[in-house]
Design a binder for this molecule. Sequence first.
Ligand code: GCV
Length: 715
Amino acid sequence: MIRPHGTTGPATTGPANTSPTATDAATTGPAGGVHAAWLPPEAFGPLGSRRVLVRGDGGLVDTVFDEVEQACARHGGRAARSAGDPGVDLVLALRDAGPLPAPVARVARSAGAGGSLGAEGYLLARAEGVTMVLADAPAGLLYGLFHVVRLGAAAFDGDRPARRHAPAVSLRMLDHWDNVDVHPVMGQVERGYAGGSIFWHAGAARRDLDRVRAYGRLLAACGVNAISVNNVNVHATEARLLTDRLGDVAELADALRPYGIRVHLSVTFAAPVVLGGLPTADPLDATVRAWWAAATRQVYERIPDFGGYVVKADSEGQPGPFTYGRDHADGANLLAEALAPFGGVVHWRAFVYNHRQDWRDRSTDRARAAYDHFAPLDGRFRDNVVVQVKFGPIDFQPREPVSPVLAAMPATRLAVEFQVTQEYTGQQRHVCYLAPCWSEVLAFAPWGPGGPTVADVAAGAGPGPAAGGGLVAVANVGDDPFWTGHPLAQANLYAFGRLAWDPRLDPRAVLDEWIDLTFPAGTTGDPTLVRRTLHAVMDDSWRTYERYTAPLGVGFMVSPANHHYGPDVDGYEYSRWGTYHFADREGVGVDRTRATGTGFTGQYPKPWSRVYESLRDCPDELLLFFHHVPYGHVLQSGSTVIQHIYDTHFAGVQQVAEMRQRWRRLAGVIDPAVHARVTERLDEQLRCAIEWRDQINTYFFRKSGVPDVRGRRIH
Ligand code: GCV
């Protein structure tokens, strides 16, 4: 049985000034084991102190009842499954579950309640003193339950007209880049900043299924409904998860199913060769097709609700259809054909580019690659192929334009891929609340203001006939006691799920939800101070990070030696990776115009092809992504490029120093373990931001010879 309130140990958002001391906490982590994140027992107080009726059958309804029962046991309420019980404050019911208490039946019959609520939707209302969640399918009840938890005491106040809730996007997925074997370079989790994997350890399944269940519960509470459990770079051991190690995947699926999470698997395109012993993996070869069909059938025999495959093909050394002279539609359709009889999907990544580029060759542009490979294939993919597109054309930089692929394939199901793990955004040592970035991307209208948005494309409401491919993000959790290394990085995971459910949510409102759940009133010395401090530290932290790192959208400038952490302005400049800034004594930036550059701007529809081409109209924050300009070029802000670089880098460090000061005031007000961990990370953030400031400013001062008009110290 799942023990949602027990598996993660006691909540650590307890009263201030309890043991352990700050120093102990920094080394030992939260008291009781694993931090409760956004589901501490206190968050269930309002619900758990009520009389609650749960009606309906099925695994997910059982989960809802377990949650309610445990909350009631802890907080003094009463949980029932039979309608015979007299008084009731909260009803969570499937609409076809038989007799309902009179006020609920009246709302269920009302005009606003007509029509299907869908597979995950629910109706939330409060009338005649009864709060109610009605759904047509069990998943709706689960999401409705967590909505009531989010509302807290307000769920039981006054009346609430019946309102339907349903996810905008049906596939809301996290990709784990977890390795089964410890990779000699990438470790247990590729780009993982929160310890080891919660699934795998040193070549074996970790089998800490309580932790996996607790994770599934956290994900359900923010709206995620799918995860892939291994790295998209599929090495020898991981390949076998598809066949003789399938049992390990089935165990994870069993642990996550009670929270409505379907499991997906990253597979190697070469599986027929490396696992099946065939001489080829050619997608048009009949024996290869038969191999995939048989392997997939066996997967579904073991895991009937298996989600499907994730594939990184012909990318950074992974095998793919190019080996056989085939294209990515041939490759993706091969796997889709095998999955189709079972309702599975293949997430086929569009992250395909030449990673052995000659830095001397100015005509090759990595930003162009995904579009060049995939746009011509539009219309050729089967319905159960989702082409998964990184949100920007390069690689999860803190600032990139939206990928033009998202506007180029109206007949293809497209998923937008974000990176919750902070590879390029401070590696969970820096505070960097990413919801404002994702929100901007989701609201971007690729065909011009007023037209469909990126969120519409993911939801299948774009201009073309294709269904939505959903939202996917690279996960940021590990076996760290706080789940995410930096406790405040939990908010990124929470926000991804919430934005995937409703992309129009305001990132500040999402942060409020997260604060209310994670630091519930009554568990902190001063809830107002906690809220004010967290907003001051987090709201603008993505832009702060942008200020002290690579300027004006030029990207990278990160250290290759430190796996993308910290500054190294020329670290990638003479490398094969296609990530250059081209700074010289006159200017900086990448000319991607049609007139004189790589022509990348031409991959956008109007108006963006024109806006990005124009030196005058290109948004400041993307200027160096699209143009090579002299240091004296005047931005729309009125500042010159060089002065902007100096100003933002001084300002960014100043802001980090202020964040650190503010955070100190929470000492003794919140859980000391959380306080100590964040304090330690903010110290490192300030050190690193100073390093960024000084290296970037010094580099550009030495290149340009232009002094800072404010005469500040540059080395
Ligand atoms: C899993 C970047 C990362 C790689 C990652 C790759 C991808 O290049 O640095 O670690 O590989 O993106 O998205 O496939």
